[in-house]
Write a protein that binds this ligand. Structure first.
Ligand code: IPE
Ligand code: IPE
Ligand code: MG
Length: 247
């Protein structure tokens, strides 16, 4: 979808919420305790994004590859999502959050799928913040499913058509992509949509990612020059033109 060139508050922030396991291990706790803390950090981040006027928050909660973790961690994460839905949806609804689950639902149980759909329906009229929770999601899965959809429709495969068939077609591309936990990789997140996102890597483990860390990331973003393939001089000329028009 269309990119924004404004360097004010990013309209769309995407986050790889990494570091829950290490947060717990450092405290001699089971890894699932880190994931539980991670839900709290996400709640705070949602509030902070609303307060700062962010329009879209997309978070990576469970990757296509996370099924390869020990079975007890996988079942613990599935349970935690089901529990968090029941617990958090009323306040998300009251806070104007429109919830979307993005990812492959085929492998999920009927009960689980129904829970996701109900949560989406309960919040569909909300406009303050779009929250995309990427669950059983992978950037490669998204590109493949979009291409499959177009093939089945008999549509030509163009960038624009693929864009429309992607799982995040309801929002513009992310402006700022944050990864917490210190790793400097994408891990199969938003491979298509992050083409021109500004990247920010934070050493904070996700449960410790607080308002100050979010503000620091936004500040870094505001000081970046987004060129989208143009030169600095062209951008300078464009902003002069805009200023002249406004005068
Ligand atoms: C991110 O935290 C959450 C998920 C991948 C579900 P991790 O569980 O990957 O935490 P670390 O990277 O092991 O510390
Ligand atoms: C990425 O974190 C996935 C999520 C945050 C849900 P991982 O912890 O799975 O990524 P790798 O394995 O370190 O690349
Ligand atoms: Mg990790």
């Amino acid at each position: 979808m269309a990119q924004t060139s404004s360097t004010a508050v990013p309209h769309h922030i995407a986050i790889v919420m990494d570091g829950n396991g290490r947060w717990a291990t450092r405290r001699f706790l089971p890894r699932i305790a880190g994931h539980q803390q991670g839900v709290g950090a996400l709640n705070r981040c949602v509030q902070a994004c609303i307060a700062r006027g962010v329009g879209v928050l997309t978070v990576f909660a469970f990757s296509s590859e996370n099924w390869n973790r020990p079975p007890d961690e996988v079942s613990g994460l599935l349970e935690l999502l089901a529990l968090s839905l029941a617990r958090e949806v009323p306040s998300l609804k009251a806070n104007g959050v429109q919830l979307h689950f993005v990812g492959d639902r085929q492998r999920l149980s009927e009960k689980f799928k129904a829970g996701l759909t109900q949560a989406e329906q309960a919040t569909e009229g909300n406009q303050r913040l779009v929250l995309n929770v990427c669950f059983n999601y992978g950037g490669r899965w998204d590109i493949a499913q979009a291409a499959r959809k177009l093939m089945q429709e008999g549509s030509e495969i163009t960038e624009m058509a693929l864009d429309r068939a992607m799982a995040l077609a309801h929002v513009p591309d992310p402006d700022l992509l944050i990864r917490t936990g210190g790793e400097m990789r994408i891990s199969n997140f938003l491979l298509w949509q992050a083409a021109y996102a500004e990247l920010h890597f934070s050493d904070k483990l996700w449960p410790d990612f607080d308002d100050a860390a979010l503000d620091a990331a936004i500040e870094v973003y505001r000081n970046r020059e987004r060129r989208f393939g143009q030169t600095s001089e062209q951008l300078g000329a464009d902003s002069k033109k805009t200023a002249m028009k406004a005068a």
